[in-house]
Design a binder for this molecule. Structure first.
Ligand SMILES: Cc1cc2nc3c(=O)[nH]c(=O)nc-3n(C[C@H](O)[C@H](O)[C@H](O)COP(=O)(O)OP(=O)(O)OC[C@H]3O[C@@H](n4cnc5c(N)ncnc54)[C@H](O)[C@@H]3O)c2cc1C
Ligand code: SF4
Ligand code: SF4
Length: 446
């Protein structure tokens, strides 16, 4: 008897429905079945045609509610016991398609972070992502690489090493002087094709969002935008967590059948890693550069953001005083500005205040505004809707001032003041002024 013949085949069994567990997710099981073996009955529950079922397990895997399971005849159960003795319980006999897919995915290795830069200066979010990338790479026991693209940007490789990268892919050429979607997309697609990373992270900035979408489309993989958390699951896949359904739930999205797994993360969501000057790494210079004549978009002039009306960077501020609908009108924001001036803070706002036209959009904190992570966040007359909280809940200290003791903002607040902001805020401003005056008096006396 040959080795092949001695091998026991794993019995496949048949799928069956676990009564009462279907949540009517939209017939994922029906779509997953390759033999049209499942139909939905009038009660909206799956009915499996046992004659058709080939025991491929696809419906069981597709059902997020665990509403489907495999069952075996007594003979099959006996066969299964023997099979498990030979192969170990919990092991799956992979079909050819699955085996091929796993082989393809295994060819992708390493975590990459795209280093966004303007005039040779890196965006802070890229270093934040290197901190997260380092943790992911350590969990996977793979290398962490920075991708540096630009003209005369070699110094950024050293910085990337200081923030945790093991390696830096460097593409330098005049064609990369200014960010242009086509040139940068071609560059990254080229690198991905050649080096096959399993994870690619970019900042959820104007540039990162544009580039990530274009790259994911060309390489034919998934992209999760605006992630607030990244982790590795037990199978080595990237869990990409982000708010979903208008911010009412946090969804963890997996891209377990395509590589690379791509995600963007907003500035200030991840913690900035410590800079380690002594760290070094390997620079891999890549000569790839698109031909300038083939790129229809030309950059004629760069108009800096600082020429805009609202120059304040609330995302980078150490103290933020934010106002919401409770501030009542635009003029009342002067009370918050006075308070912020005494604290050396900047003024932010909830979407309600921005929608009402009391503050510019650049000051909005939250899901559709900016994510802030200041040392102190002071929320004045803000109820604490989930869409606001996702933008500020990671602040070191949160102080909430609200006249409603039941306001959800108090659930995330380090200190809560239940009271009228029109009394509390001026009182705090006066007290800070007094304290400063006292300190000045002491300094002069000393
Ligand atoms: C898809 C989507 C995206 C969104 N994105 C954002 C976002 O990015 N950022 C954001 O902020 N929101 C966002 N929202 C809106 C969000 O759901 C809330 O509607 C909004 O945050 C509420 O703003 P607010 O807290 O200022 O107003 P309200 O919810 O009306 O709260 C006002 C608060 O002020 C208090 N108050 C009133 N008067 C006083 C007073 N005199 N003294 C003290 N307290 C007082 C009240 O008790 C109340 O708690 C989004 C919504 C959706 C659907
Ligand atoms: S196990 Fe496979 S063949 Fe059987 S019902 Fe489920 S999807 Fe269809
Ligand atoms: S996949 Fe699961 S929850 Fe969805 S319809 Fe089928 S049995 Fe119901």
């Amino acid at each position: 008897m040959t080795e092949e013949k001695k091998r026991i085949k794993k019995p496949r069994g048949k799928a069956r429905y676990v009564e009462g567990k279907c949540i009517g997710c939209g017939e994922r099981c029906v779509s997953a079945c390759p033999v049209d073996g499942i139909a939905m009955n009038e009660a909206g529950e799956p009915v499996i045609e046992a004659d058709k079922c080939i025991g491929c397990l696809k419906c069981v895997k597709a059902c997020a509610a665990n509403a489907l399971e495999m069952f075996y005849s007594p003979e099959e159960l006996e066969q299964l016991r023997n099979w498990e003795e030979q192969h170990g319980a919990g092991e799956d006999e992979l079909d050819e398609e699955e085996r091929k897919l796993r082989e393809e995915l295994a060819a992708y290795k390493g975590v990459w972070v795209f280093v966004e830069q303007y005039d040779g200066e890196a965006a802070r979010v890229s270093w934040e992502l290197l901190g997260t990338g380092r943790q992911l790479a350590d969990r996977l026991q793979v290398e962490l690489s920075a991708v540096v693209i630009g003209h005369k940007v070699g110094h950024l490789c050293e910085e990337a090493f200081a923030f945790g990268a093991d390696k830096a892919f460097l593409l330098e050429a005049p064609v990369y002087t200014h960010y242009r979607t086509q040139a940068y997309t071609e560059a990254i697609v080229h690198l991905i094709g050649k080096h096959r990373p399993e994870i690619v992270l970019m900042g959820a900035t104007g540039q990162g969002r544009d580039l990530a979408g274009a790259v994911a489309t060309v390489v034919g993989t998934g992209l999760t935008a605006d992630c607030t958390g990244l982790d590795i699951d037990e199978r080595g896949n990237l869990g990409q967590t982000r708010p979903a359904f208008g911010g009412n739930i946090m969804a963890t999205i997996m891209c377990d059948r395509f590589r690379p797994q791509m995600a963007t993360v907003r500035p200030h969501v991840m913690t900035m890693p410590e800079r380690q000057e002594a760290r070094g790494g390997e620079v891999v210079r890549e000569g790839f550069a698109p031909v300038e004549e083939n790129i229809p978009v030309k950059v004629l002039e760069v108009i800096g953001e600082r020429d805009g009306k609202d120059q304040v960077d609330i995302a980078g501020a150490e103290i933020v005083v934010s106002g919401g609908r409770g501030v009542m009108n635009e003029a009342n924001f002067a009370i918050l500005r006075e308070f912020a001036d005494e604290l050396g803070a900047v003024v932010g706002a909830s979407r309600s205040a921005v929608d009402a036209g009391w503050m510019p959009h650049g000051r909005q904190v939250g899901q559709t505004g900016k994510t802030v992570r200041p040392k102190i966040y002071i929320a004045c007359g803000i109820s604490g809707a989930i869409q606001h909280m996702v933008g500020m809940q990671d602040s070191d200290v949160i102080i909430a001032i609200n006249r409603d003791p039941e306001a959800p903002i108090f659930q995330v607040a380090t200190y809560g003041i239940v009271g009228d902001l029109f009394q509390v805020v001026p009182a705090l401003t006066r007290r800070i002024r007094e304290l400063k005056k006292q300190r000045r008096g002491k300094d002069q006396a000393a």
